[in-house]
Structure formats: structure tokens, C-alpha cells
Design a protein around this ligand. Sequence first.
Ligand code: PMP
Length: 413
Amino acid sequence: MTVFEELESNVRGYCRSWPTVFDTASGAWLRDENGKDYLDFFAGAGALNYGHNNPVLKRALIDYLVGDGITHGLDMSTVAKRRLLETLRDTVFAPRGLDYKVQFPGPTGANAVEAALKLARKVTGRQTILNFTNAFHGMSLGALSVTGNAAKRAGAGVPLVHVTPMPYDGYLDAADELGWMRRALDDPSSGVDQPAAVIVETVQGEGGVNVARAEWLRQLAELCVARGVMLIVDDVQMGCGRTGPFFSFEVAGITPDIVTLSKSIGGYGLPMALVLFKPELDQWAPGEHNGTFRGNNPAFVTARVALEHYWSDGALQKAVLAKGERTAQALVELVAPFPGLSTRGRGLVHGVVFEDASHAVKVCQLAFERGLLVETSGSADEVVKLLPPLTITDDELERGLALLVGAVEAICG
Ligand code: PMP
């Protein structure tokens, strides 16, 4: 029995999908303790958009640590934080005409979501949040309340209240996918309380790579404005360039009231999260929402350098879109011969959808044996989700796609 089985809780998950002991990693590759290499099409669930141990970020981090830079800073002002805020303003906000205040919550996506929900409720004085079918927003009680998955919700052990689920784009297969939401908000007898906010992912990563159309997002944003409801875009997984542009909502030309970021915002896989909101929503009292680990200054350094290095021009965005197109094309060819398979995605997040969900799990298992890390998503684990680092080379992308094609053909052929 390994020490993992002996001591580590039954709650562990990914180590079951990928039963080996990893040791080192570089770029799009992980190496296990036996020296076997794995191409990473999971990228830390979206936390490693710039790859493992990215050399540019690593250099900055090492220099910062060697120079005795502040490591733990609560929300004290530090040089590392100042430089990050200035870079966010100049590199991300200003070119996009965005006027956001920045809150540093605890470092996880769930921390950011909790803060966003709390702020929307505080500002509006209302309780209800509208969420979407198949949404995923995290595991703490508030974040779980706006998450769809029944098994995850059941883990709460208490009623998850003050939320009303709405159909996500494509859920009803209706001509007007927002029809029910519009009706529910307009009709005082719909039974839907006037909400504080709507929380939405532009692409539902955990929910099965469900891609909302730009038009649907625009209509949703218009509806929120018309009804005085805050729009929260949870960009924890789809932000930081995953879909091409820095923010995933840019494609729709909308400006959410509140945005959550985590995962890749720290740049190096270091824990960090942000909540961005319009200045008039900044109604927090000092210290009203706090937390010990809001000042992960080494992450501020790698976050800042990632913004400077990758977002000062449009090169990464262009590369992501090109690699995304290549991926989409390869997947369309892959699924064509198989009636029970389909594919969908945007930028560098793609899914291969299996009518027979057991096939998706088997494909991931076989891919692992052959040296490719891919995971399932979706309510029945029916989708193989591709989430390679954005910095993956064309050769590595081709290699990973070939491994995936081989695994699908072996399982479904
Ligand atoms: N929101 C979204 C959209 C996510 O994908 C995730 C994590 N998969 C979270 C929130 C929660 O993030 P964390 O696991 O860091 O709490």
C-alpha cells in the first residue's frame, strides 16, 4: 500500500485518473518518477495557461525570492502588488476601455465567487442569484449553491438556497433560449424573486465544454441591464486567454458588472484570485470581506510578468486562436466516422462528446497509458476535455492530438 492510500483521504481524485507519481514538469510536459513523459492536455484545470515552470516567470520568481521580497502580505501595500495593479491597469484594463476596481479575495476560484455573490447581494439588497444549468463555480457553500451538478451539490449536507437555475444557451434547444428567463423576470407571478445577480460562464468548462453564443451573451447582458440585475462573469477557467482574448466575454462586446479570475491569473500555477467590479459597486466597508491568504506576493510577481510578457501585444491571442482552429479541425475529422461522437469548443478549450459516456472515461485511461493527460467533464463524464497550455508548440499540439485520435479509434473503432 502506498502512503497515498494509507494516509491521504478518500476524497483524492485526479491521482485515480492518472495512477502514477509525478516528479518534474516543463512547458506542456510532466515526468513521473519512473522517467515516463506525459503531454499535458489538462494544464492544472486551466491554472497553467503559460505551461509548467515557464522560464520567464520562473526567472522573475527566483529573483524575487532571492531578494527577500515579501512572501505573505495579507492586504498590506507592497511593491509587488503596486506593480501588479499598475500592469493590470495599463495592460489589461486601459486597452479594453475597462474601468474596474480590483479586490484580492482568498486565492481560489471559489473564494472569488463567494466574494462576488456577497458583493452583488450587498449592493442590491436582494438575496436571489440566477445561475445556469450545468454551471460550475466551486465547492464552498455559496459557490456550490450556483453549481449544477447533483452529486457535488449533495456534498453540501445542507440546503443550497437563494438561487434559481435558468437554462444555459442550447439547453432547451429553443428559438429564444433566454425566453424563460425574460418571462420569469417580467412576470410578477412567475415565482422567481427579483435577483441580485446572474452568474455565468461564457464556456462551461466543468459542465461539459458548453459554449454560449456571443449573441446569447449579449442578450443576457442586455436583459440584466434592463432589469437592474448584476451580471457576474465567472472567468476563473475561461479567462487569461483560454478562449483567445484575455477575457472570454470580449467576443460578445459586453462589460460585466463583476468578473472573477483565478487559476491562470497567478501565471505560474501559484494560488491567486481577483474580483473585478465597476467602481460604483465598491461598497465594501474596510475589512468587511477578508482572509489570511489574500497577499500571495510571489504570485503577484508571476502574475505581473505574465501580463507584461504575454498580454502587451496580440501575439498570444493570435496563436491561441490559430491553435484552436487547428484543434477544432482535427477533432471534426476525428469524430466524423463515429455516429455517437461530436465536438465543440472555442479558442483552446475543446470537448469530444461521447453518446456512450463510458467510452469517454476509457479514452482518457488509454490516453494516459500512452502518455497524454486528458480529463472528462460534463454531468455524466461524457466529454473528453482538451485544455492544453496556451504556450504549447505546434509540434506538441499535433502529437497530443495524434495520441487522442489513436485512443478514440482504439476504444470506439
Ligand atoms: N469557477 C469556475 C468556472 C471553475 O472552473 C472553477 C474550478 N474548476 C471554480 C470556479 C473554482 O475554482 P477553485 O477550484 O480554485 O475553487
